[in-house]
Design a protein around this ligand. Structure first.
Ligand code: ADP
Length: 168
């Protein structure tokens, strides 16, 4: 739970798996919040079967943020609005890579706002070198045996190798 006077940000996503782009957004959020809760959504908006089960996605997140006590990793089921209230977060953070992200993010924010008028969203842009990166592209390249070492942390790379084999 959040202590009074502490500004907490909630960063929800599917993180299948966590990439350097996600890491960049979560660490950047610490510039505007005291702590960040990175939360894996059990009911993903991407209807596809995930490459990694929820527990493993959470383990990978905990591994990559093990050095940062201000970042806590968890998962949630159900509506984001309910979890925001439950966690005591002051706002939700999302990453914006390009105009292509905007429409979906805008719709999601407005829909959540309909359900809870107090809900605030903050959108952060990643380092320019990470702006093209998506978890789905990482999965695709790994599945086809390509090298994804520039896009994920070493602990995530190990899991990708275990899951997909090849040169990943
Ligand atoms: P993805 O879109 O990679 O499958 P998620 O559904 O887990 O990832 O996305 C969670 C949030 O992280 C979204 O707001 C998404 O726009 C953002 N995000 C994902 N990759 C990046 C990146 N490379 N740079 C900035 N934000 C990102």
């Amino acid at each position: 739970m959040t202590r009074p006077g502490t500004l907490t940000a909630l960063y929800p996503g599917s993180f299948d798996p966590v990439t350097l782009g996600h890491e960049d957004i979560a660490r950047r959020t610490l510039r505007v919040a005291d702590r960040v809760i990175v939360a894996v959504a059990a009911a993903s908006t991407h209807a596809k079967t995930p490459a990694f089960p929820l527990e493993e996605r959470l383990e990978m997140l905990r591994e990559v943020f093990a050095d940062e006590p201000r970042i806590e990793c968890t998962s949630f089921e159900g509506l984001l609005v309910d979890f925001v209230r439950e966690s005591g977060a002051g706002f939700v953070v999302r990453g914006l890579r390009a105009v292509s992200d905007f429409e979906y993010e805008f719709q999601m924010a407005q829909m959540n706002r309909e359900m809870d008028p107090d809900m605030e969203f903050i959108f952060l842009t990643p380092d320019v070198n990470l702006a093209f990166l998506s978890a789905s592209l990482v999965r695709e390249v790994a599945r086809l045996g390509g090298d994804v070492s520039p896009f994920v942390s070493p602990s995530v790379l190990k899991r990708l190798r275990a899951t997909f084999g090849g040169r990943t």
